[in-house]
Design a protein around this ligand. Structure first.
Ligand SMILES: [Zn+2]
Length: 262
């Protein structure tokens, strides 16, 4: 990663906690040294309270993919190090922005997510799943994806280097791995998606040439996510920034209302 990108990343990832700049700097200063190599060195102070909106990074015992992904994120100079320097709290307890947790410790959540593959990464807000990540849809699981999961806002500075597609696709619609939940359902069925997309909210937004009934599941999800984001006219960074600086706790709720309504 170039120095310019690093600075950009640190700035952008850090802005939302600007309202707590002192804390962010303190946290960044004290954690950036210790939190890079393994879980045991990550933040483990007793939590005051679980963070109401946080990203859960669920891993499983003996999961090679979990080890591979976490090793990449934790490598010296890697994504976690940069994020922590920008004020992110990453650790095993629920007061962190990113909680890395074994599936056995969040059995309820795993059941709710109905997942079998790990790592599973999702954003929960007030115990509700609001956003989740699907691997194999060209979007890499990196700092920018974690940033999107936490904020619901894509701040990736350059077009991403797409990863290979590992899910079924017809090629009719570009895939994305960052998904919004549909009414709290993080992995809606193809039938539900088609019904929803053909329903009153979205039917007028679909091109007449699109035969979405023939599309694959991940294409329908990607279309739906884009419709909701574009429906808003995109994100307005200035108002979002202002909002988050003034009301860091409530801004995610507002974002959810704006994006997550169906
Ligand atoms: Zn919708």
């Amino acid at each position: 990663m170039s120095f310019r990108m690093l600075v950009g990343l640190a700035f952008l990832l850090g802005f939302w906690s600007a309202g707590r700049a002192t804390l962010a700097q303190t946290v960044g200063g004290s954690e950036s040294v210790s939190v890079v190599s393994n879980t045991s060195s990550e933040k483990k102070t007793e939590p005051a309270e679980p963070r109401r909106t946080r990203v859960v990074f669920i891993v499983a015992e003996g999961c090679e993919e979990c080890d591979r992904v976490l090793s990449r994120l934790r490598r010296p100079g890697g994504d976690f190090e940069t994020m922590i320097a920008a004020g992110w709290r990453i650790g095993s307890s629920p007061e962190n922005h990113i909680q890395i947790v074994d599936r056995l410790n969040v059995a309820d959540l795993v059941e709710k997510l109905s997942v079998k593959n790990f790592p599973t990464v999702a954003c929960i807000s007030n115990d509700e799943i609001v956003r989740a990540f699907s691997s194999g849809c060209t979007t890499p699981l990196d700092a920018w994806t974690l940033n999107w999961l936490m904020k619901g806002k894509d701040e990736r500075p350059t077009p991403l280097q797409p990863e290979p597609v590992r899910v079924a696709t017809t090629g009719n619609y570009p895939l994305r791995g960052n998904h919004w939940s549909v009414d709290g359902i993080w992995n809606p069925s193809k039938e539900l998606l088609i019904q929803h997309l053909r329903g009153s909210v979205h039917s007028t937004q679909l091109a007449s040439t699109w035969k979405i009934e023939t599309w694959e599941h991940e294409e329908l999800r990607s279309l739906h996510d884009n419709l909701h984001e574009h429906e808003m006219g995109g994100v307005v960074p200035s108002s979002q920034q202002l909002l988050q600086q003034q009301h860091p706790a409530s801004s995610f709720t507002t974002a959810r209302k704006m994006y997550g309504k169906f």
